[in-house]
Ligand binder design. Structure first.
Ligand SMILES: Cc1cc2nc3c(=O)[nH]c(=O)nc-3n(C[C@H](O)[C@H](O)[C@H](O)COP(=O)(O)OP(=O)(O)OC[C@H]3O[C@@H](n4cnc5c(N)ncnc54)[C@H](O)[C@@H]3O)c2cc1C
Length: 158
């Protein structure tokens, strides 16, 4: 908290008052992780959706929305099977093809947004100084952290 206030002593008073009003015990941190694109797998009766396959950074607010689109597409695929308009495996394969492409385009877009936020502008510079001040290597600061979800990696390896 002290480092944040020191680094922002020339910022607008209204913004600094927000920092000053922050209770230190409410500050938390979390690791930002992002999935690595994986190749389509041989379709079976087991499939994936949402964060289980394409978890992404929070920088575009797309994770829940993408998961909901997956759920809707999967529902429509299963409905076609239920109505006798398609067989199960081809229906799931079509779902997975669309879901993998959409999901990883969202992953890549949010990663790009994260890099932009943390590499450009005054806020990025201040944050970098903050990390240095807290004796961490700048390379530890929010760069992408490749992370294949365990289920995704297992499917990809099949
Ligand atoms: C801090 C934060 C902020 C976010 N902000 C946004 C935002 O603004 N906009 C946005 O679109 N997205 C946002 N997201 C991302 C979003 O929350 C996720 O992308 C979304 O919840 C993924 O949905 P999901 O159903 O795939 O997975 P989850 O929501 O993780 O659901 C998985 C469920 O499975 C359950 N589960 C796990 N293992 C088992 C098991 N073995 N047996 C039974 N149940 C199990 C879990 O308890 C959980 O309920 C945010 C995420 C975080 C962490």
């Amino acid at each position: 908290m002290k480092a944040s206030l020191d680094l922002t002593n020339d910022w607008h008073a209204a913004l600094r008052s927000l920092l000053e009003a922050t209770a230190p015990e409410t500050i938390t941190s979390f690791h930002v992780r992002t999935a690595r694109r994986i190749a389509p797998w041989h379709t079976t009766t087991v499939t994936l959706l949402g964060d289980a396959i394409h978890n992404l950074t929070p920088y575009r607010g797309m994770g829940a929305n993408t998961a909901l689109l997956d759920a809707d597409d999967l529902f429509m695929a299963l409905l076609k099977v239920h109505r006798g308009d398609n067989e199960l495996i081809p229906a799931l394969h079509a779902y997975e093809t669309e879901m993998i492409d959409r999901g990883f385009r969202a992953v890549e877009a949010s990663l790009q947004q994260m890099q932009q936020v943390h590499r450009e502008g005054k806020v990025a510079n201040a944050l970098r100084e903050l990390v240095s001040a807290s004796n961490r290597s700048t390379s530890d600061f929010p760069e992408e952290s490749d992370h294949a979800t365990p289920i995704g990696a297992a499917l990809s390896a099949r």
